[in-house]
Every structure is written in C-alpha cells, then in structure tokens.
Unconditional design. Structure first.
Lengths: 318, 350
C-alpha cells in the first residue's frame, strides 16, 4: 500500500493511466458486448476532445488559477460554428478566426478580472461562464442551434481511419505538440510553473507575473473555443449549453492528472490520462445501463473519491 | 456635526458599505422605473419578498460559509431536496405537513453534514467537493420524486403570501427570523470561531480553536437555514420539482461577493442582505424596464433570454466593481491593525 502511494505521488499521470485501463477492463468484463470497434472509437474521440478542453485548464491551473469558463466557451464556439457554417464549408477559415477570437476575448476578460480586480478566479470565471451561457440563447432560438457544421469539418473529426481510429487524432498531434512545447520547452512554461508555485517569489525574480497569468487565461480561452468547434463537428447538431459540463470534467481530468489546485506542479500528459479516465468512467456508467439518477449519484461519489485521493489541502496541524 | 461625520467614516470602512451602495443604486433604479407608490405598495413589496425569500435566505446561508473561508455551490439543489422531501412525505406517506417540514430541515442538515465532512474532515477543496455533491443530490432528488408534481394545502401557502398589518409580508418575517438567529450566534463563542477560522485557520488552531469542528458546525448551521429556505420555496411554488433552482448556488455566491463577502474572516450578514437585495432588485428593475419599453414602443419584443442576459451582465458588473472598493477596505483594515500593533510595541518598550 505504501508503495502504491509513493508511486502515485511520484508519477500521478502513470497512476491515472493505469486506473483508467483497469476501469476499462472492468467495463468489458461487466458488459462483454461493449468490447468492439465502436466503443474504442468513441472512447478515443471523446478522450481527445476532453484533452483539448483540458489543455487550457492545465495551463491555468499550473499558474495557480482556475477556469470555469471552459464549458461555456466550448458551447458558445459550437453554437457559433453551426450558426455561421450553415452546413457549408465555404467560410471555414473565417469561422475558425471568429471562434478563436471569441475564446481569446473571454480569456482576456477572465485574466483581467482575476489580476486587475483581484477577484478569486473561481468566482469570476463561474460568473462569466453564466453570462456566456445566457448569451448563447441569443444565437440559438429556443436553445437549438440554427445550422450544421460543414461536411469537411465533420469528416476531419469523425472519419474513421482504418475503420476505427477517429481522424481527430490528427488534431491531437498538433495540439499535444503545442502543449508539450509550451510547458516543457518554452520560457513561458518555466515561468508559468514558477508563478504557480510562489507568485511573490516569481515577481521578485523579475518575472512579469500578470502577463504570464493573463496569457494562460487567453490560451485557455482559445483552446476551449477550438475544442468547441471540433465538438460541433462531432455532434453535428448542437444546442445551447451542450458542452457546459466540460468545465467540471476538464477540471477533474486535470486534477487527477496530477496538477494541484494550488498550482506550480502538473503535466499535460497527466491531463491526457485524466481525460482518458473521465471518458472511460462516463462510458462505463453508460454501458452499465443504470437509471439516470443512479448514474448521477455514482458519478458524484466517484468524483468525490477521486478528489479525495488526488487533491487535498494540507492539514492545519503540522 | 463632527460625530455624524465620524460615524459616516466608520460606516464607510465597514464591510457592508460596498453592498449598501449597490443596494441603494438598485433601489433608486426601481423607484425611477416603477414610481415610489407602486414600488412601496403592500402587494408589490409582498410579492417581492414572497418570490425572493428563498434566494435571500440561501445567500444568508452561503454567507456563513464564506466567512469561514469555504463555500457550497450545491446549496441551490439542496433547496430542491428539501422541496421534494416536504412534498413527497405528506403525499406518499400521509405525514402531516408540519412534521414533513421537520424532515425537510433534517434532510438539509444531513446533506450539509456530508458536505461538511468532505470539506472539514477530508479536506477536499470546497468548490470541488460541493460541485461533485451536486450530482449526488440531483440523483437523490429524482429518486425521491421522479417528475414535478405535488401540491401544498392552501392554508399554508396562503399564509406565506399574506401581508400582515398591511405592510409586513410573512416572507420578510422569515428573513428577519433568520437574521435574529445569526445575531444570536454571532455573539457566541462559535460565532467568534467562525471569523477566526476564516481569517487564518493556522493561527486559529494555534489559539486553541478547532477548525475542523468549527467548519463542520458552520455547515450544519448553513443546513438549518437552507432547510428553512427550502420550506419557503415550497410555499412559494406550492408544488414540487426535483431539478429546480440549481442556479441558486452560483447566484447566492455572486450576491455574497457583491455585498463584499469575498474574503474569509471578513464581513457581516448585512453584506449578504445588501448583496441579495441588489440581485433581486436588479432583476426586478430589468423586468419592469423592459415591460415599460414594450408598452411605450409598440412592436418592441424582447425575449426573456435578453432579460436574463442583461440582468446577468449587470450582476457581473456589480461583482467587478465592488471588489475594487472591498480591497480598499481590507487594506484599510490591515493598515489599522498594523498601526495598532506598532503602537502597542511602543508602549511595551517603554
């Protein structure tokens, strides 16, 4: 037991990955007929999508903040994508630019509110996500969007390479590459870790703390918006607030991936493993064909257990 | 004249000042849009209190937790839990309504005990633990009541809606009752412990206060107020709905922060009252303003989505504006404290 704990502390990402695989095996044992190409395909696709949404969240959390707007930005991006594309591929580039700009603007608002006004990031991002959620209804009459994503975009996400590998993994190469570069190879990444670990010490050593934090929120907004666009392609028909629960899911994925709520530690590979675990869990609960309320209760309880295992504040008595 | 100015300066530095200013702005907006006669009329005040007592009470409950430095975002769906318990027990088991109310409050206390256990004992960060708890409570609610249903006997919800003596709504009395409860608790040791733990748990522990027990008790107190709020909600709606008012969790949080309660160990219940009042009155003002526009400009249609969006935007602005002033107040407080400490040292050296 002690060895397991040590392993968990040393490499939370690997631990999470192992737990995810174990959960997958359990699902297959309990429901053998879910062991097929479709299940693997959908697990991979949803894991990719969640890992994109969690990318921004990873950055923000390492910097010591919190971003609850991931879900709302994703949903808004999805609604706007279908609204603007209307089933045509023509203005794909324009839509991409608009969507990314939207993400960046939300990131600026988040960052400015957290830094300049000094509000706790949890509160301000929740309030902003609420506002964005309301704004979606202005675009989507009665909550249903007014259009579809373009066919090429849909194909680029859902086409099954070799019959089962969703094409979205090609996007993953790009995004994961960007994330690994940012966190491990760039100056920004190093400074981000320092800022999250000890803001005052970082400021005293000359790091422009405000700029780093603001950038993390902007990246988060952009990445979430991109994830929303891909999500629109995956779901084809979106309604308002469709991806709102990605806020909580991305947060949990990042935390069980080894990034602490207090910042300063964490890796993106951990977040990917966390995304896998969350997807496998969701899939498992669905495969068990439980009634909705039981699903919710199990989901909540498992979340609590994971949070207990992975992220606790230090005791007052030391 | 000088003492008046002094007491005003003191009031300006109190935590409730920012909330008070925003509250006054909201009242003035309402007076402009509706006219003093309409706004202060018994029926309009009565409806205002009756409809909004749940959110105001929930804000008061949330304030207790915010002072200790924790929060509970599941407080909204807990209202629905009390609601379904209070409706289903008389309906399915033939229990009498007042006894069902007691069970409703017990349900709120039980779920708050779970939340308190997660936050105080297991030390899971409160935002995450209570967010996860939302899923569990939603599941429990639907297990208790699967579709919206139920009714409340007329004498109960009629009593809730009445306005005593022509100007005192019953709902307002409930709010005053909870405030009196808080005033009593504030003067006890527990009340002081809440502030100490919220300001600095480590120092509080060093002074002999048990943060775990204090936070647990704070959650239970919050549960009590939530139970009362849930009963208010049931009386207001006269029906049951397992998946309603989930958004009250976030709104009570926003209301508290607008009132100035964003930091642990700082603030008072009047912050919460002003914050909740601001929220409620802004929604009221936006609603009547758009009705007014629709009356004046023929063919001017505005969906409720725009109304929601604008009142949420105003709330966000309120949030952004207050914390500037609240930070200034906290700075003043810190400076005052450090000045006091320095003076004490001077005396000690002599």
């Amino acid at each position: 037991m002690v060895k397991v704990r040590k392993f968990m502390r040393q490499s939370p990402a690997a631990m999470t990955f192992i737990i995810a695989i174990l959960l997958l095996i359990v699902t297959f044992v309990v429901r053998p007929n879910s062991f097929n190409k479709n299940t693997f395909g959908s697990i991979i696709l949803l894991t990719m999508l969640l890992s994109f949404a969690s990318a921004g969240q990873t950055l923000v959390l390492i910097g010591g903040g919190l971003d609850f707007t991931v879900g709302a930005v994703m949903s808004s991006a999805a609604v706007i994508t279908t609204f603007l594309m209307q089933g045509q591929d023509g203005n794909l580039l324009l839509v991409l630019l608009i969507v990314l700009a939207l993400g960046a603007i939300v990131g600026v608002i988040n960052g400015a509110a957290c830094i300049k006004i000094g509000l706790p990031p949890m509160i301000v991002t929740i309030a902003i996500s609420n506002l964005i959620a309301q704004a979606q209804y202005l675009f989507a009459a009665d909550g249903k969007s007014l259009g579809y994503a373009g066919p090429a975009l849909i194909k680029s996400v859902s086409y099954k390479i070799g019959g089962f590998l969703p094409a979205i993994v090609l996007y993953a190469i790009v995004i994961w590459g960007i994330m690994f570069y940012l966190l491990n190879r760039s100056v920004y990444g190093k400074q981000l870790y320092l800022v999250g670990d000890n803001k005052d010490a970082a400021k005293l050593s000359g790091i422009k703390v405000n700029k780093i934090i603001l950038l993390s929120y902007i990246f988060s907004g952009i990445l979430s918006a991109f994830a929303g666009m891909l999500g629109a392609a995956y779901m084809t028909v979106v309604s308002a607030q469709v991806f709102d629960n990605y806020a909580f899911q991305s947060l949990i994925a990042v935390i069980v991936g080894g990034t602490a709520l207090s910042g300063g530690v964490g890796t993106y590979s951990g977040s990917i493993a966390g995304a896998l675990m969350m997807t496998v869990l969701s899939n498992g609960l669905t495969a068990l064909a439980l009634a909705d309320p039981i699903k919710n209760i199990s989901y909540g309880i498992i979340m609590i257990l994971l949070l207990f295992a992975y992220n606790r504040s230090s005791a007052v008595r030391q | 004249m000088n003492s008046l100015k002094n007491s005003f300066m003191r009031f300006k530095r109190s935590p409730a000042f920012t909330g008070f200013v925003l509250f006054m702005i909201a009242i003035i907006m309402n007076l402009i849009i509706r006219g003093p006669g309409n706004f202060f009329g018994a029926s309009s005040l009565g409806t205002l209190f009756a409809k909004n007592a749940p959110i105001i009470l929930v804000t008061l409950a949330q304030a207790v937790l915010l002072i200790t430095g924790t929060l509970d975002i599941s407080i909204g769906i807990q209202l629905a839990l009390v609601n379904v318990v209070v409706i289903m027990l008389p309906q399915e088991l033939g229990m009498s309504v007042p006894v069902a109310w007691i069970f409703g409050i017990l349900a709120a206390l039980a779920i708050s005990a779970v939340g308190g256990f997660l936050v105080a004992v297991l030390r899971v960060p409160s935002i995450l633990a209570t967010f996860a708890l939302t899923y569990v409570i939603k599941g429990i609610n639907v297990l208790i009541m699967n579709v919206p249903q139920g009714s409340v006997p007329k004498e109960y919800y009629g009593a809730y809606d009445t306005v005593l003596f022509g100007f005192l709504p019953v709902a307002a009395l409930i709010i005053v009752g909870v405030l009196l409860m808080w005033m009593f608790v504030k003067r006890t040791k527990f009340g002081k412990h809440i502030y100490a733990v919220g300001a600095n748990p480590r120092n509080a522990f060093a002074a002999g206060i048990n943060p775990t027990k204090t936070i647990m008790k704070a959650f239970l107190f919050k549960g009590l107020i939530t139970g009362i709020a849930g009963i208010s909600l049931t009386l207001m709606l006269a029906a049951g709905n397992p998946l309603q008012v989930e958004g009250y969790g976030l709104r009570s949080l926003a209301a508290c922060i607008i009132g100035g309660l964003g930091f642990g160990g700082w603030g008072s219940m009047s912050c919460a009252v002003f914050g909740a009042g601001f929220l409620v009155l802004i929604q009221n003002a936006v609603y009547y303003f758009f009705n007014f526009l629709q009356d004046i400009l023929t063919g001017f249609q505005i969906t409720s989505y725009w109304q929601n969006f604008i009142s949420d935007a105003i709330v966000l602005l309120g949030l952004l504006m207050t914390t500037v002033t609240a930070k200034a107040q906290k700075e003043t407080l810190k400076q005052g404290l450090s000045r006091q400490l320095k003076r004490g040292e001077k005396f000690a050296k002599q």
